[in-house]
Design a binder for this molecule. Structure first.
Ligand code: ADP
Ligand code: MG
Length: 321
C-alpha cells in the first residue's frame, strides 16, 4: 500500500461500545469514525468539516492514538502508527500537535506563560536555561506576542492571546503536523481572522501540514488546500478547495454551502436540511444521509454508496454519480 504523504489513514474505524444494565451487557457501538481513508501531504492544509457529533474530534485523537483505533491503518511519515510502542508514541506526539478550541485545556493556570512553553521545550533536551529563555522569547514573537509576556500568567490574557500562546506551545515541539480542532470557534469573529492569518504564516514559513477541523465552511475556505466533508462517521466528499466550492457533488455539501449566503452557488436557493443528525449508535441503512437528503432515491436506503473518484481528485459517496 502507498504510505507516502506526511499522514495517510486507510479504512480507519473508531467504535465506542455502549453497555447497559447490571452486567454491562453490550447494547451496541457508537460508530464515531467509520471507515475513513485520507492523506495529507507535507505543507498541506486539509480542512475537515461536519456538524457537531459527526466524529471530527475522535478522528483527530485516533490519528495520534489518544484513542485506540478499532481497526484500520495509520501511517505518519511512512511509519506504521498502529505498531508503535510507548517510546515511539511519545516521539509521535511531539511531531503531531493538537491545538484545541479551548486554549485553557493546554495551559496550566498555575504556570507562567514562559513555563508553559518551556515545559514543551524540555522534551527537546535543551539544558541551557539561557538557550531555553531565548527560544521561549522567539516562539512568543513568532505568534505575535511580546517576549516579556513570558513572566505573566495565562488568565491575564484575552481568548485570542491565549490561543496564540497555545499555538506557541504546540510549535515548541517542532511538529510536522498540527491537528487544529476548531481552533478559532471560541474566539470573537474579529479575532478569528488574526489567529487564522497567524496559522497561515506559520504554515508558509515552517512547511507545516494541518488537519484543520471546523464546523464552519467559511473558515475552512480561507485556510484549506483541500476540503473533506464528514457525516455520521464517514467522509462523504473530498476535493481540492477550488473544485469543492465551485462544483460540489454531494447533496449534503450543497446544503451546507447553500446555508452560507457568501458561499451559495449563483442562482441557487437555500436548501433546508430535514430533521436532526441521526444517532451514530443506530445510523440509517444504505446512505446515512438519505433521511435528510433533498435528492433521495429509492436505492439510497437500500445500498451504501461507495466513496469513489468521480472527476480527477474529486471523491464522493453518492448514488447520483
Ligand atoms: P465532533 O468532534 O464532530 O463534534 P466527536 O468526535 O466528539 O464529534 O463525537 C463523535 C461521536 O462519538 C458522538 O456521537 C459522541 O457522542 C461519541 N463519542 C465521543 N467520545 C466518546 C466516548 N469517549 N465514549 C462514547 N462515545 C463517544
Ligand atoms: Mg469536536
Amino acid at each position: 500500500m502507498n504510505t507516502s504523504g506526511i499522514l495517510r489513514i486507510e479504512n480507519l474505524k473508531k467504535y465506542y461500545q455502549v453497555t447497559a444494565g447490571l452486567f454491562s451487557k453490550k447494547v451496541g457501538d457508537v460508530r464515531a469514525v467509520d471507515d475513513v481513508s485520507l492523506h495529507i501531504k507535507q505543507g498541506e492544509v486539509l480542512g475537515l468539516v461536519g456538524e457537531s457529533g459527526c466524529g471530527k474530534s475522535t478522528l483527530g485523537k485516533t490519528i495520534m492514538r489518544l484513542e485506540e483505533p478499532t481497526s484500520g491503518e495509520i501511517y505518519f511519515d511512512g511509519t506504521d502508527v498502529i505498531k508503535m510502542g510507548k517510546q515511539e508514541l511519545r516521539r509521535l506526539r511531539g511531531k503531531i500537535q493538537i491545538v484545541f478550541q479551548d486554549p485553557d485545556s493546554s495551559l496550566d493556570p498555575r504556570m507562567t506563560v514562559g513555563d508553559c512553553i518551556d515545559e514543551a521545550l524540555i522534551v527537546h533536551d535543551i539544558k541551557n536555561p539561557d538557550t531555553r529563555n531565548a527560544k521561549v522569547a522567539e516562539l512568543l514573537e513568532k505568534v505575535g506576542l511580546e517576549a516579556g509576556f513570558a513572566q505573566r500568567y495565562p488568565h491575564e490574557f484575552s481568548g485570542g492571546q491565549r490561543q496564540r500562546i497555545g499555538i506557541a506551545r504546540a510549535l515548541a515541539m517542532d511538529p510536522k503536523l498540527v491537528i487544529a480542532d476548531e481552533p478559532v470557534s471560541a474566539l470573537d469573529v474579529s479575532v478569528q481572522a488574526q489567529v487564522l492569518n497567524l496559522m497561515m504564516d506559520i504554515k508558509e514559513k515552517d512547511g507545516l501540514a494541518y488537519l484543520f477541523i471546523s464546523h464552519d465552511l467559511s473558515v475552512v475556505k480561507y485556510i484549506s488546500d483541500r476540503v473533506a466533508i464528514m457525516y455520521l462517521g464517514k467522509i462523504v466528499e473530498l476535493a481540492g478547495k477550488h473544485e469543492f466550492f465551485n462544483n460540489p457533488l454531494h447533496p449534503y455539501t450543497e446544503a451546507l454551502l447553500s446555508a452560507i449566503v457568501s458561499l451559495r452557488p449563483d442562482g441557487k436557493e437555500k436548501i433546508i436540511l430535514k430533521g436532526d443528525v441521526p444517532s451514530p449508535l443506530n445510523p440509517p441503512s444504505g446512505c446515512r444521509f438519505h433521511t435528510r437528503c433533498h435528492k433521495v432515491m429509492p436505492v439510497c436506503s437500500q445500498k451504501e454508496p461507495e466513496f469513489r473518484e468521480i472527476t480527477k481528485d474529486h471523491y464522493t459517496a453518492c448514488h447520483l454519480y
